[in-house]
Each structure stands twice: as structure tokens, then as C-alpha cells.
Design a protein. Structure first.
Length: 237
């Protein structure tokens, strides 16, 4: 009797219990719509890697020291000497460095900054840059204070050095010439990778500073790259 009572209770609502168990979930339709909407969303972008973030930081630092003129995109059709430009711009950053020599407007400095941008931003090789007058003044000040050796030790921490327009020193003082000779003698003896630009040729330097300095500059401390021609002047509109 109990069994019959249970059986009757099961049918009081007129339904079959097994049918209730397999009935559809009222949230199924909503869930299907939600999953479809999620599938339609764009993929989450991959966050930049640590290496990419570090490179972006170096690029920002590079732009803070490099003149905007030398960061602009290069139009190779306007380069007076593309072969010489590439020999400097593609320098691997090892000793000996490159001595870019040629007339004003030959793109020597642009080639040097192009090399530095690649070596620092992409390869994480820090550099120290000096306009030549700032270099000889800093060296003179340190030597007068008795810290000349410390100055060179400081420079030694940089993988690459860049000295621009070295013929623009103050020629009135013999001490300036001595500082310049001391610097390039140190570059040679320490085998320090160094980029240098000058508008003057070897004969001019030999006349101004002597054969010993010309040999250090052109033969010992660098591989010389002669730039021919100069950039065409922009036509005014």
C-alpha cells in the first residue's frame, strides 16, 4: 500500500518525475547568447614583452639627446655618398671605430647618429657623446683638479664614444691640442670603439697637429671613411 501511495503521489501533478529531470534549463538560452557575444569580442591584445618595453625606453632616451634633424627618415636619394654613409651607419660598434671625414653637408654626422641609434636602441649598447669643445674642456678641468685618470676611467665604462666636428676646437691654446692628442692616444691604447667626424682631411691635420697625431687619428684609432660631395641645397618655393 505504501508503494501505491508513493506511486499516486508521484502523479499528483500529472507529470512524470523523469521528465522533470531532463527538462531544459531556463538559463540555457541566455547562456548561449552570452557565449556567442563573448566569441564575437576581439581578441585581447598581447601585452608588449619586457624586451619591447626596454627598447621603447631606450628610444625615448635616444631622442632626448639626438638632434631632431638626425632622427628624421633618411632619403637615400639625397645622400651625397651612400657607400660612405653605409660604412659608418652600419659600423658594428667594435674597435677600430670610424673616422668620417669630408666636406660640410656630406651627411657624416647623420651617419654617425644612425649607427648610434641602432647600437643603443636595438642592441642596448650605451654611448657617450661629446661635441669636441665640451670634451677638451671636461678633460682640462679634470686634469687641473688632479682627476685626469678618473676622467678616462669614467669614459671607459661606455661601450662606445662619439666625438663630433673635432676640427672645431679652440686653436688659440696649445693645451687644447694636447688634450685632443691625449684623448685619441687613450682611444688607441685602450682599443676603445669611437666614432669621430671632421671636415678636414689628413694633410690639414698633419699641418695643424703634426704627423704623429694624424697617424693616431687616421690610422691607429679609427678606420677612415672619406665622404665625397655634399648634400644639395633645398630649393625655396
Amino acid at each position: 500500500m505504501n508503494r501505491d501511495h508513493d506511486h499516486d503521489c508521484d502523479r499528483m501533478d500529472g507529470t512524470n518525475p523523469s521528465a522533470v529531470l531532463v527538462a531544459s534549463n531556463p538559463f540555457d538560452a541566455w547562456r548561449a547568447q552570452f557565449m556567442a557575444a563573448c566569441a564575437a569580442l576581439p581578441d585581447t591584445p598581447t601585452p608588449p614583452s619586457a624586451a619591447a618595453l626596454a627598447e621603447a625606453k631606450r628610444l625615448a632616451a635616444f631622442r632626448s639627446v639626438c638632434d631632431a634633424e638626425f632622427i628624421k627618415r633618411i632619403d637615400r636619394a639625397e645622400l651625397p655618398d651612400p657607400v660612405a654613409f653605409d660604412r659608418v651607419a652600419q659600423w658594428p660598434g667594435t674597435y677600430p671605430g670610424r673616422l668620417a671625414t669630408g666636406a660640410t653637408g656630406a651627411a657624416k654626422t647623420r651617419a654617425a647618429w644612425s649607427a648610434l641609434g641602432r647600437l643603443y636602441v636595438r642592441e642596448n649598447r650605451p654611448f657617450k657623446w661629446y661635441p669636441v669643445r665640451a670634451l677638451v674642456k671636461a678633460l682640462d678641468d679634470e686634469e687641473n683638479a688632479g682627476f685626469g685618470a678618473d676622467f678616462f676611467r669614467h669614459l671607459g665604462h661606455y661601450p662606445i664614444l662619439f666625438i663630433d666636428d673635432i676640427d672645431k676646437i679652440n686653436w688659440q691654446f696649445d693645451s687644447t691640442k694636447q688634450q685632443l692628442f691625449a684623448f685619441y692616444d687613450w682611444v688607441y691604447r685602450m682599443r676603445k670603439p669611437c666614432l669621430t667626424t671632421t671636415n678636414k682631411n689628413r694633410a690639414w691635420w698633419a699641418n695643424m697637429m703634426g704627423d704623429a697625431f694624424a697617424r693616431r687619428l687616421f690610422d691607429d684609432a679609427h678606420e677612415t671613411v672619406e665622404f665625397s660631395g655634399r648634400a644639395p641645397e633645398k630649393r625655396s618655393r
